[in-house]
Design a protein around this ligand. Structure first.
Ligand code: GLC
Length: 799
């Protein structure tokens, strides 16, 4: 008899030949003789799902990442078989499955290979924990580049790199340190002008190797779970990113104030300091919408409590702040202080909501309050309880928004910096250990927070921020790049990380402007603000122990520069809001790396600094001290320098002047950019006229302006205003057509068209086919025209 106490180490195992094939509508099953099953699901014409089972058994099909609103449906589907392979064909893709090896090759209908297996699926049995270490290897195509993967602090193009996903608290991280706070196992590959994406929906620790170990191999693997990935085809990168974002979801529109400028520090207290801060913003006329209270507002770092010495009457304080246009955002961490007299602790203990270790004791870890227990947010009942904990904060005290931090979860004084791996989780009815639940812990925490906030601020919209995230977290929350450092290198990193997050479905993101650890000098702070105002989430935050980091903490020149750029952000709010609407509705990344903007131009594949803000504005931050400008790549097309309207022809690298009070900024010709007047906070002014900056182009360009009530849900009932503009410029004329949709009545009645780059002097203006006296439409002379907001066509003719 064999008494097998020590299992035999078998090394890598591989599928062998296919012995069975079945089709069940849009699902195909290929079974090999050694009991590997490949299931291919056709989700859309260009989106497929691949799952591999060993020993003939699939896991229950459950995912935290996939959105309920993901689109499904394809137009055609055929299957064929030859002596050596099976062929699945959609209206966009051909998938070959090799009968001998189960290897897969995906090509377009012309037969150009998009992606193909090297070894393909293989696995190793995991003797310590059971299950498999699941692996996939693909051939790296000639000239292939790789993008995406969440918050990786490294060059945008991941070619030659190996990275992993395991949410980690990484105070003062450095370039190339990996992993960081987020786990987004999604990348886009680009070669031969064809882009595709792979989302490996596996919550265990995952690894990706982009031609690092072997020059011609791209592989990914996980410590457990299933080989379960989604494949998206472009050929445009935009289609890939949008398909991924559609699958994992987008957020609803946040309140517009969440897109304003926010000021934070660890920590502002007591009340008198917070009020003084608010007053100073208004006195210096630096726009600001939100102030943040970090952990010190709490009583001994107990979540959902207040330190009554520092904040004797939080309700009154928040109401007073609100009167002068400030929203208050408070921090809530996952660690609950072990304290028998603390109601949150008591409730969780009574209900059995804290995580337990493998053998039964509660999981303990040290965080700010000392020893803590941690709610199991992967339990739906715990999430409901957590959501209700916000009731008093939101509906009675008047807190506006919540910031979830340390939710990797971060645990202090242990080398792993997180919960022990044997910690048990409910995983929505699929019990497991922390190995599987770690990467979704923070996501499920912020999900519960979001549900609570949404309910308790109703009929207003919720706004939530999280540090940790797994793919799909964007449905619930905005995020920031964690504890960065006040260095020039970190300014570079903030730029790359935000672009990368936008390419990973998570657009509502920003960095701690100025750096969290250490202190920037005025120049670095000014340059960082010049970048930060072009990030979807715009907040200054710092650790507070290295000196102040308010807009006025440096010399008055810096204050003036900071004000100028924050004012620009407030002017651009309708543009930013439209960007968000496009992200929310169509999955468009709000910030676009140049490779996304023009993948056909190989010059863009390795650029890191330049990006497109929305659809039409090119930004390139200055990332060095003492600079009076910089070299940058202007992508193909004609661009207006924002500062002086000079026209540059793109497709080349060039020097751009940018003294300390300027950042390189260009507008694509043909664009129509909406602008508000400067306000000190969103909603301060009733907008009496919408400015449209119109940039002449010889040819056609489309622009959009989306507006609604800036908060609440009426836009879902049709109460929005959508203006689609078609600009058509000719040598001696400029026509702007407007196509309007939605029932929202804007507060203004007229549009002021500021015409940039007109190559002719205006001779006549026709509005809706009627010639209008120039005096009537050109109150300021020059190239400014005021028209009714409801026009359908403005035709400007030249002399
Ligand atoms: C973490 C956060 C940081 C916060 C600090 C104190 O380091 O990342 O933003 O200020 O904790 O709560």
């Amino acid at each position: 008899m064999i008494t097998n106490t020590e299992l035999e180490y078998k090394g890598n195992l591989y599928p062998n030949h296919i012995i069975d094939f079945k089709q069940d509508v849009d699902k195909f099953y290929f079974t090999t003789e050694n009991e590997v099953v490949l299931q291919i699901t056709v989700l859309r014409n260009s989106a497929l799902r691949f799952r591999y089972a060993t020993e003939n058994v699939f896991e229950p099909d459950f995912s935290y990442a996939i959105s309920e609103d993901a689109s499904r449906g394809y137009s055609s589907l055929e299957v064929d078989e030859t002596a050596t392979e099976y062929l699945i064909r959609t209206s966009k893709l051909k998938v070959l499955i090799d009968k001998k090896s189960l290897r897969v090759q995906i090509s377009d209908l012309e037969g150009s290979i998009i992606n193909e297996d090297e070894i393909g699926f293989h696995w190793e049995e995991n003797y310590e924990y059971g299950g498999n270490i699941v692996k996939m290897s693909k051939i790296t195509q000639n000239g292939e580049s790789f993008f995406g993967m969440g918050d990786k602090a490294t060059h945008s193009n991941l070619k030659g790199k190996q990275v992993s996903n395991w949410c980690m608290d990484q105070y003062a991280y450095v370039k190339d340190l990996d992993p960081l706070y987020k786990a987004v196992p999604f990348f886009t590959g680009l070669h031969n002008n064809m882009a595709y994406g792979i989302f490996f929906d596996n919550t265990f620790r995952t690894y990706f190797d982009f031609a690092h170990e072997k020059r011609h191999v791209t592989s990914f693997w996980a410590d457990g779970g299933e080989m379960n990935f989604y494949f998206f085809y472009g050929p445009e990168m935009s289609k890939v990113i949008k398909a991924y974002t559609n699958l994992t979801g987008t957020p609803e529109l946040p309140p517009m104030w969440a897109m304003g400028y926010h000021q934070s520090k660890w920590s502002y207290f007591p009340e008198s300091n917070v009020k003084a801060l608010a007053r100073k913003f208004r006195r210096l006329k630096i726009p600001c919408d939100a102030l943040y209270l970090d952990i010190d507002y709490m009583d001994g770092f107990r979540c959902f409590t207040w330190d009554k010495k520092k904040f004797p009457d939080p309700k009154r304080m928040m109401a007073e702040l609100n009167e002068v246009g400030f929203k208050t955002v408070v921090m809530i961490d996952p660690g609950i202080k072990i304290d028998k007299d603390y109601w949150v602790y008591q409730e969780a203990m009574e209900k059995g909501y804290f995580c337990k270790r493998g053998d039964g004791p509660y999981m303990k870890g040290k965080v700010w309050p000392g020893e803590c227990h941690f709610p199991d947010f992967t339990n739906p009942e715990v999430r409901e309880w957590w959501a209700e904990l916000y009731k008093e904060f939101m509906s009675e005290l008047g807190v506006h928004a919540v910031w979830n931090d340390m939710n990797e979860p971060a645990v202090m004084e242990v080398p792993t910096k997180t919960a022990p791996l044997d910690t048990r989780h409910n995983f929505d009815g699929h019990p497991c250990t922390h190995r599987k639940a770690h990467n979704v812990y923070g996501m499920q925490m912020v999900r519960a927070t979001y549900e609570g906030i949404k309910k308790h601020v109703y009929p207003k919209r919720p706004f939530v921020i999280t540090r940790a995230a797994y793919a799909g977290t964007q449905r619930y929350s905005s995020t920031w790049t964690g504890d960065n450092v006040a260095t020039w290198e970190h300014l570079w990193l903030a730029n790359v990380q935000v672009q990368r997050m936008c390419m990973s479905g998570m657009s509502f993101v920003g960095s701690d402007i100025g750096g969290f650890a250490e202190q920037p000098n005025g120049e670095l702070f000014a340059r960082w603000i010049q970048l930060g105002v072009f990030h979807p989430f715009c907040r200054v935050h710092s650790s507070g122990d290295h000196g102040d980091q308010e807009p006025w903490s440096f010399d008055s020149d810096v204050t003036d520069i900071v004000r100028k750029f924050i004012e620009l952000r407030y002017q651009l709010l309708p543009y930013l809001y439209t960007m968000f609407w496009k992200y929310s509705k169509y999955g468009d990344p709000m910030v676009k790396p140049l490779v996304y903007f023009d993948q056909e131009d190989p010059q863009t594949h390795f650029r890191t600094d330049e990006f497109i803000f929305g659809d039409h504005i090119l930004v390139c931050p200055v990332q060095e001290p003492n600079a009076q400008g910089r070299r940058m790549y202007i992508p193909r097309g004609n661009w207006y320098n924002y500062w002086d309207d000079s026209l540059v022809v793109g497709g080349k690298e060039q020097w751009v002047d940018a003294d300390i009070d300027i950042t390189p900024l260009f507008v694509l010709e043909g664009a129509i950019i909406p602008k508000f007047p400067v306000q000190q906070y969103v909603g301060e002014l009733v907008i009496k006229q919408l400015d449209l900056d119109v940039y002449y182009k010889l040819g056609i360009e489309n622009s959009t302006v989306y507006e609604d009530d800036q908060d609440g849900y009426d836009y879902n009932k049709g109460n929005y205003s959508l203006r689609n503009f078609k600009l058509n410029g000719k040598a001696q004329s400029l026509a702007i057509q407007q196509f309007k949709d939605g029932a929202f009545l804007t507060s203004y009645n007229s549009l002021r068209l500021n015409l940039h780059g007109l190559p002719f002097t205006i001779k006549s203006v026709e509005v809706d086919n009627e010639v209008v006296p120039l005096k009537q439409v050109k109150p300021n002379g020059n190239n400014v025209i005021v028209v009714s907001k409801d026009f359908t066509q403005v035709l400007i003719k030249g002399k």
